[in-house]
Design a protein around this ligand. Structure first.
Ligand code: NAD
Length: 298
């Protein structure tokens, strides 16, 4: 297998001043990509800002012989998102890869979660990924090529105590990924998402200390590199990644139960049939799912 290279390609990695984004940016640069290292440089809860983290990572890439520029713009505003993409165009003339990675946490049990906790988390993860994708989309469409890698989470896919805001945001990214995959198809734009588990400042208080090395960010970035590469033909999919394991996560629907005489009592009586998982369907569009309901009515 030849090395997967990114020579001549330009990548934007958001939230690349720390943790996973830093690791993705370093790997893409090592493989020949010119990288825009974006990071607002704030605290884990989104407070504060500093140009330092993005500048440090860009500097390290250049020191290692690569090409990179830093951006400290926030992904949460249309102006910030446009500025990130303009940085890439001004410095390198194009954008081939976008890794939407920036994220914050405001964990609280549901009864204590404020509207601000909810809105601020959705603003970075969902609105931020939408805004930067929206800003790169015309460039990718025009060159009929692009790779977008979003960052979801097992917390969104499967739920987690204290993370109503975060899990809502992360499941939102699954919807964005699937629809970007559909809408990007004709222009050669592939969109996929990773659901990582790794040792970073976001998880260091939660994960056992002895797993720091085995759950390193370096066990996540190779999957991002593959999904960002031109040889990746997959689109609209989600992969859980951690500690060297990579698995496809899919949204499936059971075979279902149908009646022409639906009542609440009939639902209760047939609940076990409704809960049945096999044989399951894996619709790849809304149309495929709707077809299953149509078929059951025939
Ligand atoms: P991290 O805190 O080290 O990195 C997140 C980065 O995003 C930070 O450097 C932060 O400054 C930056 N950022 C925050 N708001 C921003 C904004 N408005 N604009 C630009 N940059 C901004 O945490 P991490 O673990 O590396 O997280 C990276 C991504 O992976 C996040 O989306 C996170 O939700 C996701 N994730 C991580 C794990 C894990 O196990 N570490 C699990 C699931 C999902």
């Amino acid at each position: 297998m030849p090395e997967l290279r990114f020579d001549g390609k330009v990548a934007i990695v958001t939230g690349a001043g720390h943790g996973l984004g830093r690791s993705h940016a370093l790997l893409l640069a090592e493989r020949g990509a010119k990288v825009v290292v974006n990071d607002i440089g704030g605290a884990l809860d989104g407070s504060g800002a500093s140009a330092g983290p993005a500048a440090d990572v860009a500097e390290l890439i250049v020191k290692n012989g690569g090409e990179a520029v830093a951006s400290a713009d926030s992904v949460t505003t249309p102006e910030g998102a446009e500025a990130i993409v303009r940085t890439a165009i001004d410095a390198f003339g194009r954008v081939d890869v976008l890794v939407n990675n920036a994220g914050i946490l405001r964990d609280k049990s549901f009864g204590k979660m404020t509207v601000e906790d909810f809105d601020s988390v959705l603003a970075v993860h969902v609105r931020g990924s939408f805004l930067v994708s929206r800003a790169v989309f015309p460039h990718m469409k025009e060159q009929r090529y692009g790779r977008i890698v979003n960052t979801t989470s097992p917390a969104g896919l499967f739920g987690n105590f204290g993370q109503a805001n975060y899990s809502t945001a992360k499941m939102g990214l699954v919807g964005l990924t699937k629809t970007l995959g559909i809408e990007g198809a004709r222009a050669g734009i592939k969109a996929n998402a990773i659901a990582p588990i790794a040792w970073t400042r976001m998880t260091e208080a939660l994960l056992p200390a002895e797993l720091e090395q085995r759950l390193g960010a370096d066990k996540i970035s190779p999957v991002v590199a593959f999904l960002a590469h031109e040889s990746c033909e997959t689109s609209g999919e989600v992969f859980s990644v951690g500690g060297g394991r990579v698995a496809r996560v899919f949204v499936a629907e059971g075979p279902g139960w149908h009646t022409d005489d639906l009542t609440a009592e009939a639902v209760a009586e047939n609940w076990q049939a409704i809960l049945t998982e096999e044989p399951h369907l894996q619709p790849t569009t809304l149309g495929e799912q709707a077809a299953a309901s149509m078929r059951a009515m025939l």
